[in-house]
Design a protein around this ligand. Structure first.
Ligand code: DAH
Length: 356
């Protein structure tokens, strides 16, 4: 058998194992690979030339011999390559200062969105006062979103230019405020209101309006609604509660002021300002030098709202408020553009940690 291949090939085959063992790195291995199984000038290439030139009767045997050599070399080269590669990886890791005895890095944990954290904070402020959380659907009926809130048919908010109506169900819409949760909750508790001795709740959630997106507008944003129904409730109760809540939120030196305003579902209605929490009311960019920032709308529940829910307005009274969450978050964090809250850039979200 041996005589079919020239002696230098057998010599090369004999020295292959020690040459392979002598390859200390991948470069040396690639050179050896070239010399043994490379396309040109290698032992394998030479053997193929010999095979082509061999007399027909020898081809079979010679072919088998050549294949056996080639296969043996290729497998051995591959095995050595794997070993050298993993040795190199380990070496690189050590060189890069990687210490395999250190504990693995802690994976980044998920976290609540800054707007959700702010809403949670508001709920936490009111919870000790006996308020719980009520929820309502984001797809609402016209009745809950408008009619039950004493909003007349010709009110501009009802126009399809301001409100998203569902194309297939024109009586349904995306709620334009969290106030319909007032209507739903009052309707539900009306029969047991006396037993309960009244009700007080917050309703945080998403609301929708046909607004163009810009630094202070988004077609989806968040509000927190607050409501209390009891006996003999007046503006003094509203003011006292808001003063307490806003001082808890913004600090004990916070002052509030009520300015008369109009909302169909309250009478009287007002807008509430806080002394600017950023400059201590001395005047800054956020309060535009005035020392005050508007924070919410509020008022005493309109008798029609109570009546709609089947609650006697001569027996019961109460207050309500609604505040914009993005507005408050922007003010607290001095974020100039509301869109940052919805783009979910990790750097922004991490920097918002200070909102808690
Ligand atoms: N729903 C009002 C809005 O979206 C905010 C509001 C004002 C809610 C006065 C109230 C309130 O409950 O009493 O602009």
């Amino acid at each position: 058998m041996d005589q079919l291949l020239p002696p230098e090939i057998d010599e090369a085959a004999r020295s292959f194992a020690s040459a392979l063992a002598a390859c200390g790195d991948l470069n040396a291995l690639m050179r050896l690979k070239g010399a043994y199984v490379g396309r040109e000038g290698s032992h394998a290439a030479r053997m193929m030339d010999l095979l082509k030139a061999a007399p027909k009767e020898h081809k079979r045997e010679l072919g088998a011999q050549i294949n056996a050599y080639k296969q043996q070399w290729e497998e051995a080269l591959k095995g050595r390559q794997t070993d050298l590669e993993s040795a190199k990886k380990a070496q690189d890791a050590l060189a890069a200062g990687w210490d395999p005895t250190l504990p693995p890095p802690v994976p980044a944990a998920g976290a609540l969105h800054p707007l959700n954290r702010l809403m949670d904070r508001l709920v936490d402020v009111f919870r000790p006062l006996g308020f719980h959380v009520e929820e309502g659907p984001e797809v609402e009926t016209e009745a809950h979103n408008f009619d039950g809130l004493n909003i007349p048919d010709d009110h501009p908010a009802k126009a399809s230019s301001d409100t998203f109506y569902l194309a297939a169900h024109p009586e349904l819409l995306l709620r334009t405020h969290t106030s319909p949760v007032q209507v739903r909750t009052l309707l539900r508790v009306a029969p047991t209101l006396a037993e309960r001795g009244g009700i007080r709740f917050l309703a945080p959630g998403r609301v929708y309006r046909k607004d163009e997106i810009d630094p202070t507008h988004s077609p989806m944003f968040h509000q927190v609604e607050g409501m209390l129904v009891g006996h003999g409730i007046g503006m003094q109760h509203l003011k006292g509660t808001l003063e307490y809540a806003l001082r808890t939120l913004f600090g004990p030196h916070t002052e509030i002021r009520l300015r008369p305003s109009y909302f169909p579902f309250v009478e009287p209605g007002c807008e509430v300002d806080v002394s600017c929490p950023l400059c201590g009311a001395s005047g800054c960019r956020v309060c535009k030098g005035s020392g005050w920032v508007e924070i919410l709308g509020a008022g005493l529940i309109h008798p029609n709202v109570l009546s709609y829910a089947g609650i006697d307005p001569t027996v019961w009274s109460g207050w309500a408020f609604g505040m914009g969450v993005e507005r408050m978050a922007m003010m607290l964090s001095q974020t100039p553009d509301l869109r940052l809250f919805f783009e979910n850039d990790q750097r922004f979200l991490k920097a918002m940690g200070g909102l808690d």
